[in-house]
Ligand binder design. Structure first.
Ligand SMILES: CC(C)(COP(=O)(O)OP(=O)(O)OC[C@H]1O[C@@H](n2cnc3c(N)ncnc32)[C@H](O)[C@@H]1OP(=O)(O)O)[C@@H](O)C(=O)NCCC(=O)NCCSC(=O)Cc1ccccc1
Length: 331
């Protein structure tokens, strides 16, 4: 186990495991995929439902900050690209809800838990998108961080999740590039445009670093999730990788990362950087970020407003089933 990681609650040593649990762990250790109908420890199932469910919620809530700019995109081309990107995020959410459903939870249950605040979604989507440069920063940094986290998840031990990640990562990488393309346009544009790009970077840098989760010494789930290969890397490992890859991209744009302590460390072959403000992070995930209420309010409203449509679909499905049953009975 990584020196920094704390023991997850309920995590068993090999001596404490049942024969079934040992056999399961050995399958995971060999790199075998676990499939829906196979035996799995209850904790493994619950952890997957939590992580995949929260991931799905993030994709769905994550449409809101960018959806906000579709009607105000500066050109028709940018509008079409942004529309396609936001639509992709909806697809990712639905894909991930389906993966979660294979674990015996219904989509309605997951949504109920999102709406009641019992389940989380990524902290990043509780920050506002104030101007067009933010669309660049979201694509570049938010999708960039999402990919850094999700590429290793293609090798996660649960089959449906790992397969979902393969397609999602392909699309996320297009999203990251479109964000960087917006940043290039802004950073190489007029002085005012460059200023907007710098301002967006200033506001999104630390929230993007928070996407990887708390530091390893505070990450309650990492030890168990890594043993089960639900997670492949620690939060700090991925954050470091993200910083190492993103700094040269900012340099190319001629923008400054808003961190006075950012410096290349020859010995570790990576950058030293300031920790995000963890008290802000914990406030945001408790529901007290700048846009938490607005985001959740928008989701609950969409769910309530859509009730008539869901009712209509169910009524149609029931009538169709009754008609089919009547035809079978008459034959
Ligand atoms: C790394 C982590 C997020 C957290 O590690 P874990 O081992 O699970 O937890 P750990 O013990 O380290 O933390 C303790 C507690 O803190 C919670 N927490 C931690 N960090 C956050 C956070 N940032 N935000 C909110 N909560 C967070 C955590 O749930 C736990 O609380 P709980 O006990 O559940 O109540 C992991 O779940 C993961 O890899 N998930 C899959 C990837 C995924 O979900 N990606 C989403 C972005 S997708 C995207 O952006 C695409 C897109 C782009 C653009 C536009 C639209 C869409």
């Amino acid at each position: 186990m990584y020196a920094q990681l704390i023991k997850s609650e309920g995590m068993k040593s090999r001596e404490e495991m049942s024969q079934e649990e040992i056999a399961f762990q050995e399958r995971v250790d060999r790199g075998e995929k676990i499939e829906p109908k196979e035996w799995m420890p209850e904790g493994y199932r619950k952890t997957l439902i939590r992580q995949i469910g929260q991931h799905a919620h993030s994709e769905i809530v994550g449409q809101l900050p960018e959806g906000n700019w579709i009607t105000r995109a500066p050109t028709l081309e940018r509008k079409a690209i942004l529309l396609a990107k936001v639509q992709d995020e909806a697809g990712h959410g639905l894909y991930l809800y389906s993966a979660a459903e294979t674990l015996g939870v219904s989509r309605d249950e997951l949504l109920e838990k999102l709406h009641s605040g019992e389940m989380k979604y990524s902290s990043i989507f509780n920050y506002p998108t104030l101007n067009w440069a933010d669309m660049g920063a979201v694509g570049w940094l938010v999708d960039g961080a999402a990919i850094m986290n999700q590429v290793p998840l293609q090798r996660t031990s649960y089959g449906p999740y790992s397969r979902a990640m393969i397609r999602i990562c392909k699309e996320e990488s297009f999203h990251q590039r479109q964000g960087y393309a917006v940043m290039m346009k802004m950073a190489f544009g007029t002085p005012e445009q460059k200023e907007m790009a710098q301002d967006a970077l200033n506001r999104f840098w630390f929230p993007a670093l928070m996407m990887f989760g708390p530091s390893d010494k505070d990450s309650v789930h990492s030890a168990q999730s890594m043993a089960w290969k639900i997670k492949i890397n620690t939060n700090d490992e991925l954050r470091q990788k993200f910083v190492n890859e993103t700094v040269p991209q900012a340099e190319y744009l001629g923008l400054t990362i808003p961190d006075e302590n950012l410096v290349w460390n020859e010995e570790k072959q990576g950058y030293d950087f300031s920790e995000p403000d963890w008290s802000e992070f914990f406030e945001v995930i408790k529901g007290n970020g700048p846009c938490n209420r607005e985001r959740l309010g928008a989701r609950v409203k969409a769910w309530t407003d859509g009730a008539w449509f869901r009712d209509g679909l169910s009524a149609y499905a029931e009538k169709a089933a009754a008609r089919r049953a009547a035809i079978v009975a008459a034959e």
